[in-house]
Ligand binder design. Structure first.
Ligand SMILES: [Zn+2]
Length: 84
């Protein structure tokens, strides 16, 4: 399910207050597209490197409009969604 307009507004406000000067580390651009769907990071078990497909973090993805470099923010820390 994509983020609703209220969640997208929260993402914009969070980024403006926490990263007001957000430049792309690849091309230096500063125009970003907020992806409408949350991404998900899988966890890796530290003991053997296996991927735990049952655990992870919801992530808000931003793509640089110039070079398509993607960056991710933890959606729980941003307050977009709670822990489940
Ligand atoms: Zn870029």
């Amino acid at each position: 399910m994509p983020l609703d307009s209220s969640q997208l507004d929260s993402v914009k406000q969070w980024i403006e207050s926490h990263s007001p000067i957000l430049n792309c580390s690849v091309c230096g651009g500063n125009e970003w597209a907020i992806q409408g769907d949350l991404a998900f990071s899988l966890l890796v078990e530290p003991k053997d490197g296996s991927i735990n497909r049952n655990k992870g973090y919801p992530m808000v993805a931003l793509n640089c409009k110039n070079c398509a470099h993607a960056i991710f923010f933890n959606a729980i820390q941003m307050g977009i969604m709670g822990r489940h």
